[in-house]
Design a protein around this ligand. Structure first.
Ligand code: PNS
Length: 157
């Protein structure tokens, strides 16, 4: 069975993430979408909310499961018998993503497969979505409708 993981912060999940997850689901028998639990980084959404949103977004993908992890991604891969990390790649991601991929292969013997981001999402980032939402901008073309609603509630608090 070819298993892969799509890791990330997903704060919040965007159409760019979902594009990569659905394309990974066509390439692998099973895909874990894994949310990093990072106590050192302030996130807008709690881990459970991000898992909820991802579960809703991937409901129709039978070979995709949503989960969270602490610590090193390579340890998550080993514990779950996963040999491949899947990452979406935007034009400006290459330097950082390449060093993470090389480090994960060097330390953990886990390969990374890059999927080029679809051109329509090449500018999309969760951080920008949050900034637009904070100032009342329209993010409905960038994230699923239930994420739009949660963003509205979250930034109003
Ligand atoms: O969505 P993000 O924040 O760009 O995702 C980054 C993520 C979670 C994939 C990356 O930070 C990660 O793998 N963190 C886990 C800790 C780890 O393994 N660090 C070593 C990287 S070489």
């Amino acid at each position: 069975m070819r298993k892969a993981v799509c890791p990330g912060s997903f704060d919040p999940p965007t159409f760019g993430h979902l594009d990569i997850v659905s394309r990974a689901a066509c390439l692998f028998d099973h895909v874990s979408v894994a949310v990093l639990v990072n106590d050192n980084k302030r996130s807008l959404f709690g881990v459970d909310e991000r898992l909820d949103m991802l579960a809703a977004a991937t409901r129709e993908l039978d070979n995709v499961a949503v989960t969270s992890f602490h610590g090193l991604l390579i340890d998550f891969c080993t514990a779950n018998d996963i040999a491949v990390i899947v990452k979406g790649l935007r034009a400006n991601d290459i330097g950082y993503e390449l060093s993470m991929a090389q480090m994960n292969r060097s330390v953990g013997a886990v390969e990374t497969v890059f999927i080029p981001t679809s051109p329509e999402w090449s500018y999309l980032a969760s951080s920008l979505v949050k900034e637009i939402a904070r100032f009342g901008g329209d993010v409905s073309k960038l994230v699923p409708s239930y994420v739009v609603d949660r963003l509205r509630r979250q930034v109003a608090d």
